[in-house]
Design a protein around this ligand. Structure first.
Ligand SMILES: Nc1ncnc2c1ncn2[C@@H]1O[C@H](COP(=O)(O)OP(=O)(O)O)[C@@H](O)[C@H]1O
Ligand SMILES: O=P(O)(O)OC[C@H]1O[C@@](CO)(OP(=O)(O)O)[C@@H](O)[C@@H]1O
Length: 619
């Protein structure tokens, strides 16, 4: 070990480039020094920083390990000359210091002159002490210096970085940390532009119905005979007009998705205590509370202690201790559904959509199909519109959909029966969940489907209801753009008129679902709440489907991912690790504030800021 200087200090910095803002970081070490009485190694020298050759102002070295002492300081790289020497100085007494033998050590413009690797101290005529010394000089940026300064602060150790008043630039003052404001963060974030969401989750080009099953039975449509405005497929649906109500519902529960602005903390509510696990309350028969956490901002489901009403609390839980990612949340939801809704059923399941046109049926069907497939269930989406288009062409006018147009009704029932037939055949070949996508807007149609399903699969009706005129208008316009029904209509306004007439025709005969097992999604699309009603639903898969629908987002919205606030490891220039994020608290609060400012409301974006062992949920 001896005197040396780093490559950078030798002028080789950054391939010869010298940046004006760089500083020279000088690090001095003395090795093998065991305390000699009260003598402590010091350094003094020619510039005020190191005492201007006044030994009383010499800088003390710090003990780095048992026998290694260390001192570092910063000088401008173009500093003309820095002469310095090591000295041993009594800690308490005013006894004279012992200065090292030999010429001054010289640092000129960042270059170390000479090659003296030993510091020699003559205590008396016959007592001489020799210690290896190591001298290193590096060019560093102000940023690195600031980081180094903070690292020392975080370690709660006295700083050995001397004479660099500017290193505290960028550091967050204590008071700011506590108050949760950070100037630097604010500057960074407030220039961030949130990408505008596309107007459609279907992205405008791909119409989800086109991705539905390709009709396989259209070639054998002759097996169907149509009479009396009802359909008599080969299964003979003589009673298709007769109500085939299932046994009286076992119980009815309502899942209310409130406006997040409204906080549900009313009396009688039983809140689950843990996240992603069963609440202790679930063990009590009459007080089963459930809670699913899919990550930041996920709804919490709580059950009233006294009634059969489930309330979905969309308020954000910032005190979440064990947040769970979405996939884990889905699995937990399934497990919860298992517990809540009984044993797994080994049955084929038909989810039959119900709703007026432009209510999000196809959208929901496609989304649910994807979800169930992702869970590993063999699922297919059957869109009756696709069958109708194949059999009767794409140019059917609104008249075709009139409730008093017998031919039209028959034709529509026929293709609906074809699709149902295909779905059942597929189930008999092993398919698990069929999603049957049509308006199915009359009780008579639904009876026909229930008859066809008897003994073959269980039917759950999934009705989408929307009362928001603005959303309906937006959906209608999307339909005109996306549906193949209007692809050949050059006049957009004419298409719009026709679709509105079609809608009116459906409205005249529409009968909301009141029979069988059903799930109703009411006004779920606005992103500001809504209601889910669930009737006579039991079993593993239906439970999962309910949870999916409760948690699903129907409106386009940005998802912003952010890195965590500054951790101690970050300050040291390390990636990874699991250190505290002292500045992360301020970061998360500031992030939350700025995002609310940028996005308008916390409900329009979920933000996760997490770091190491301290997780910060920002919104
Ligand atoms: N629950 C819902 N209520 C209202 N609109 C919805 C819902 N879910 C999705 N939407 C929106 O409705 C638009 C049209 O949906 P689509 O599925 O084609 O309607 P439908 O099949 O009922 O005719 C979709 O692009 C979607 O943005
Ligand atoms: O036979 P119904 O139940 O009316 O449902 C199918 C019909 O619904 C419509 C209503 O417009 O659905 P889609 O929007 O999926 O195309 C028609 O295309 C389709 O023929």
């Amino acid at each position: 070990m001896g005197t040396g200087s780093s490559k950078n200090a030798d002028g080789g910095s950054h391939a010869g480039e010298e940046r004006e803002d760089e500083q020279l970081y000088v690090s001095l070490k003395m090795e093998k020094y065991k305390l000699k009485g009260e003598l402590i190694p010091h350094v003094y020298g020619s510039v005020p920083l190191v005492g201007s050759w006044d030994s009383s102002k010499a800088l003390s070295m710090e003990r780095e390990s048992t026998s290694t002492w260390e001192l570092s300081f910063v000088v401008p790289p173009n500093h003309e000359t820095l002469d310095f020497k090591f000295l041993l100085k009594p800690k308490y007494s005013s006894a004279p210091a012992i200065v090292e033998e030999g010429p001054n050590r010289l640092l000129t413009g960042g270059h170390l002159q000479g090659d003296t690797r030993l510091a020699i101290f003559r205590l008396s005529a016959d007592e001489v002490l020799e210690y290896p010394v190591f001298i290193k000089a590096d060019r560093v940026s102000p940023f690195d210096l600031a980081a180094s300064w903070r690292a020392y602060q975080e370690n709660l150790q006295p700083s050995t970085v001397r004479g660099i008043p500017d290193v505290s630039i960028n550091s967050v003052p204590e008071t700011d940390i506590e108050n949760g404001s950070s100037v630097c963060l604010e500057l960074d974030l407030e220039h961030y532009v949130v990408p505008a969401p596309s107007t459609s989750t279907n992205s405008g080009l791909v119409y989800a119905a086109n991705m539905a099953e390709t009709p396989r039975s259209l070639t054998c449509s002759g097996v169907f005979s149509i009479s009396d405005g009802s359909v008599n497929p080969s299964h003979s649906l003589k009673d298709s007009g007769v109500s085939v109500d299932r046994p009286a519902p076992i119980k009815e529960m309502e899942i209310v998705v409130p406006d997040p602005a409204r906080v549900y903390s009313g009396s009688g509510m039983v809140e689950s205590k843990s996240v992603g696990t069963f609440s202790p309350l679930q063990k009590q028969d009459s007080h089963r509370g459930i809670l699913v956490d899919r990550g930041v901002g996920s709804p919490r489901l709580v059950k009233s202690a006294s009634s059969t009403t489930f309330s979905l609390d969309l308020k954000l839980n910032t005190e979440t201790k064990n947040p769970m990612p979405a996939a884990a949340g889905a699995v937990a939801a399934g497990a919860i559904a298992d517990q809540m809704l009984g044993p797994k059923e080994d049955r084929h399941l038909a989810i039959v959509l119900v709703g007026l046109p432009a209510r999000g049926k196809t959208f929901t069907a496609a989304k649910l199909t994807r979800y169930l497939r992702w869970l590993g269930h063999d699922t297919k989406h059957f869109n009756v519109g696709k069958y109708r288009r194949l059999k009767h062409g794409v140019n059917q006018s609104a008249d075709f959909f009139r409730g008093d147009n017998e031919e039209g009704v028959e034709a529509r029932n026929e293709v609906a029966a074809l699709a149902m037939e295909d779905m059942i055949s597929w189930m008999q070949e092993g398919g698990q969940v069929g999603i049957f996508d049509a308006t199915n807007s009359t009780r008579r149609r639904r009876n026909m489907l229930m008859k066809m399903a008897e003994g073959k699969c269980k039917i759950i009706f999934l009705e989408t209801i929307c009362n928001d005129e603005r959303i309906i208008e937006r959906n209608i316009r999307l339909k005109i753009q996306q549906s193949p029904d209007y692809a050949e209509e050059p006049d957009y306004e004419a298409g719009l008129r026709d679709f509105k007439n079609r809608l009116t025709n459906y409205e005249k005969v529409y009968e909301p679902v009141e029979e069988g097992s059903y799930i109703k999604m009411i006004d779920m699309v606005s992103g500001l709440g809504g209601i889910i009603q669930v009737n006579n639903i039991s079993g593993y898969l239906p439970g999962r489907i309910v949870f999916f629908l409760v948690n699903t987002h129907l409106t386009p919205r940005p998802i912003l991912l952010t890195r965590h606030g500054e951790s101690l490891d970050n300050v040291r220039g390390r990636i990874g690790g699991d250190t505290v994020i002292r500045y992360g608290q301020a970061h998360s609060r500031e992030l939350s504030r700025v995002l609310v400012q940028l996005l308008g409301s916390p409900s329009t974006a979920d933000t996760v800021a997490c770091a190491g062992r301290n997780k910060c949920w920002s919104m």
